[in-house]
Every structure is written in structure tokens, then in C-alpha cells.
Design a protein around this ligand. Structure first.
Ligand code: PGA
Length: 258
């Protein structure tokens, strides 16, 4: 298998500052020049580990220019092959050069009816294909309004991580659905309390190994918010949507985590 994944010390699932961009359904080959700019920013020796989850169509090309930047997919199917028109498997994105995949993003949960059980099977499948996994969780607005954020996130993780996935290849992103693409975000205190709850869940699930899982925040991460987020001691980094499409804005976020 052709494997363009960066060397094993360049893993998503190691606790150190991480800044991951999620390009969603944006990007063509012209945007490979943005990756070159991001690579230059990411080469600072004191900088965070930087990754980009690009559209499936860009993985192979991105992996050839992403020197030192982790390239990943935004989703994979729960099966390794089969009659699933339009879907892409973990094995396929791995062969194309992805080193990780996002799984369980709220846009997929909401629009494609991905339950925690489906997300759990995707986590397992991604691991079987040797991809690191960035597992997303987070509450919708009505759950937050009812004061049930912590219980909701806990339930999502307990259900999703019921599969026997090795935590050494796992990172988790807390992304409140109501904060994604809206310009709204929780306070740093609110984020810190959810991060603590997630840490408790993974420690209950994996014992001391749960202490090594990186936990990120995502949802309207903008350059002006980055210093405040970087100051949350328990937070390992951020998952950045819209701002990752602008190399200048993304550079400011990366530098905040240096
Ligand atoms: P946003 O997206 O930064 O544009 O809110 C984040 C995400 O969906 O991962």
C-alpha cells in the first residue's frame, strides 16, 4: 500500500498543542498553495502540531505537499467496501495518503442520521485501517438550554467508545453544534468544564491511558478567540472550520498555540 502518512512521531493522538483545520466541502487544486503557506507556518520549531482534514478529492495531492502537516479525511464509511454508492472507506483514504480522519462531526450526525452506534463503528473501522481518529462530540442548542450539556456529551462518548478501540490513536473534539459556523461560542469556563467532563469519561473508560488522549475545542474558532482558548490549561488544541480556509487567519490561530 502506498502510504504517504508522515512518520509515526507525527501522530494526531499525542497530547501536545494541536491545531487541526476542517476544510469541509471547500477546496480545489488551486488551494494547494494554501497548504504550502500553512506548511511554512507549521515549520516553526515551537509551534503546535498542525493538521488539515481536506475533501477526499484533495487527500492525495495534499499529502504530497504537506511536509510536516498531518493530512486527514473528514469522514469514512463504517464498512471497508461494498455497495455504498458515493461513499468512501477508511482503507481508501488511508491509501490516498490520509493519516487520520474526523468521525462523528455534528454536520454528519444531523444530516445523515449518524447515531452514536454508527459513529462507534466508524471509529473502529478507521482504526482497522490504521487511521488516527478525531472523534467529535457536542450538544445541540436545545440540550444546552435545558442545562444537559455535560450529560449529553458523556452519553455520546460512552456509547461511541463502547467499541474496543485503542485509545492510543484517539483524539476528541468538543464541538457544540450551536457554535459551528455561527460566530457564537461558549465561554472559556464553559469549555473548560466540558473538557474536564470528557477527561473523566475517557479515564473511566481507559484508566490512566485516558489521560493521554488529546482533547480539542471546535466551533467558530477565530483568530481573536485563539489566545483565550490557548490559555485553557486542560485544552490540547482546536478544530478550526472557516478560519482554516484563510491562511492568514489560520496562521494567527496556529501561532496562538505556539
Ligand atoms: P467553524 O467549524 O470553525 O467554521 O465553526 C468548525 C467545525 O465544524 O469543525
Amino acid at each position: 500500500m502506498t502510504c504517504l502518512r508522515p512518520p509515526s512521531n507525527e501522530s494526531l493522538a499525542v497530547r501536545r498543542p494541536l491545531v487541526i483545520g476542517n476544510w469541509k466541502m471547500h477546496g480545489d487544486t488551486a488551494m494547494l498553495s494554501s497548504i504550502a503557506a500553512i506548511v511554512r507556518t507549521a515549520q516553526s520549531p515551537r509551534g503546535p502540531t498542525v493538521g488539515l482534514a481536506v475533501p477526499h478529492t484533495l487527500i492525495a495531492a495534499a499529502a504530497t505537499v504537506a511536509d510536516g502537516v498531518l493530512i486527514g479525511a473528514q469522514d469514512v464509511h463504517e464498512a471497508s467496501s461494498g455497495a455504498h454508492t458515493g461513499d468512501v472507506s477508511a482503507e481508501m483514504v488511508r491509501a490516498a495518503g490520509a493519516g487520520f480522519t474526523i468521525v462523528g462531526h455534528s454536520e454528519r450526525r444531523a444530516r445523515y442520521e449518524e447515531t452514536d452506534a454508527v459513529v462507534g463503528r466508524k471509529v473502529l473501522r478507521a482504526r482497522e485501517a490504521s487511521l488516527d481518529v478525531l472523534l467529535c462530540c457536542g450538544e445541540p442548542a436545545d440540550v444546552r438550554a435545558q442545562g444537559r450539556t455535560l450529560a449529553h456529551v458523556r452519553d455520546q462518548l460512552v456509547e461511541t467508545l463502547a467499541t474496543s478501540v485503542d485509545p492510543a490513536f484517539l483524539a476528541i473534539a468538543y464541538e457544540p453544534c450551536w457554535a459551528i459556523g455561527t460566530g457564537c461560542s461558549p465561554t472559556v469556563e464553559e469549555i473548560a468544564s466540558v473538557i474536564d467532563a470528557i477527561r473523566s469519561v475517557v479515564r473511566e473508560r481507559y484508566g490512566e491511558r485516558g489521560s493521554d488522549i488529546p482533547i480539542l475545542y471546535g466551533g467558530s474558532v477565530q483568530p481573536r478567540l485563539a489566545p483565550g482558548l490557548a490559555a485553557i490549561a486542560s485544552l490540547d488544541g482546536v478544530l478550526v472550520g472557516a478560519a482554516s480556509l484563510d491562511p492568514v487567519a489560520f496562521r494567527v490561530v496556529i501561532q496562538a498555540f505556539s
